[in-house]
Design a protein around this ligand. Structure first.
Ligand code: GDP
Length: 298
């Protein structure tokens, strides 16, 4: 799908660049194709519509049609607008508010989104690049395997995990994590909450309860970037119910759809902070709007 969008825009812009002069109708035709391409890449309809409207206003208001290279002008306007929507006002998406030690980071998301993997990847990054002392705790009391998974990853990356105590509630674990982080002199403690296959009342209630106890500096929503429109719905719901400070889009190594990034940013207004680019512990990068915009344009 992602390739489709690139190819499609590539095709449209190829045709534009080859033409000498361009009428306003030409621009309209091109933008109609841009809109279809965005929709095909799973950008939501209102977002695609607004996007095209914004580009059209800029293209019509500028000297595009009179320019000797009108196609390139349109490409530039589309590119700039993509970057603008993707980046918002966030100059440094990878920067987390974790200055007051111990700073709690709450990780939320659906089961299978890559939440536990991302928790460990981020812990590794904070540990190695920012020299932070990090403690990770799994709150997934429904799935002992998930707790063990985090413990194994912790050992693998050399980051401490809170010892597993059977029979505790997520809130009790969150409190114990805070205590241990304080006593142990940790800079950051990460709470990997339970995920479910779908958003339900219990999942939200549990995450909200943990949030109220932990008072997180950052609440990061982990979403599968391959799920397109669903990813946007998940983000909207989590943000409404829990309050999200940033998003991590996983599986952007596959045929990741730029569409999800675009509509997620436009609809929720929440910054995309990181992208997951594989299963390995190093496969997490700061979100770069420029790069995604470039990929979308092909
Ligand atoms: P959770 O249920 O949300 O905690 O999901 P997990 O962290 O257990 O991840 C589910 C699967 O997705 C695992 O096999 C991960 O290795 C894989 N995964 C996580 N992030 C990425 C990513 O960015 N790219 C790819 N290709 N796989 C990922």
């Amino acid at each position: 799908m992602f390739e489709n969008l690139s190819e499609r825009l590539g095709g449209v812009f190829d045709r534009l660049t080859k033409q000498g002069a361009l009428s306003e109708d030409d621009v309209k035709t091109a933008l109609r194709e841009v809109r279809v391409a965005l929709l095909e890449a799973d950008v939501s309809l209102p977002v695609a519509r607004d996007f095209v409207k914004a580009v059209q206003a800029k293209a019509t208001g500028s000297a595009v049609t009179k320019s000797v290279t009108p196609g390139q002008q349109v490409i530039k306007i589309v590119h700039d607008e993509l970057k603008h929507v993707l980046a918002g006002d966030d100059p440094d998406p990878g920067k987390l508010r974790i200055d007051n030690a111990p700073a709690p980071i709450l990780m939320v998301g659906l089961q299978g989104s890559g939440k536990t993997t991302t928790t460990a990847k981020l812990a590794k990054r904070l540990h190695e690049r920012e020299r932070k002392r990090v403690l990770m705790a799994s709150l997934d009391t429904n799935r002992p395997a998930a707790m063990e998974q985090l413990q194994v990853l912790g050992q693998q990356i050399g980051v401490d995990t809170l010892p597993i105590v059977k029979g505790e509630t997520p809130v009790q674990i969150a409190k114990r994590a805070k205590q241990q982080a304080t006593l142990g002199g940790y800079d950051v403690y990460m709470l990997d909450t339970a995920g479910r296959l779908h958003i339900d009342a219990e999942l939200i209630a549990q995450a909200a309860e943990v949030r109220d106890v932990a008072n997180p500096r950052e609440t990061l929503l982990v979403v599968d970037g391959l799920t397109g429109q669903d990813a946007v719905n998940v983000a909207t719901e989590f943000d409404d119910k829990i309050g999200v400070s940033g998003v991590v889009l996983t599986r952007m190594d596959g045929d990741g759809r730029g569409g999800a990034a675009l509509s997620m940013r436009a609809v929720t207004g929440k910054p995309i902070k990181f992208v997951g680019l594989g299963e390995k512990m190093d496969a997490l990068e700061t979100f770069e709007p420029e790069r995604i915009a470039g990929r979308i344009l092909g």
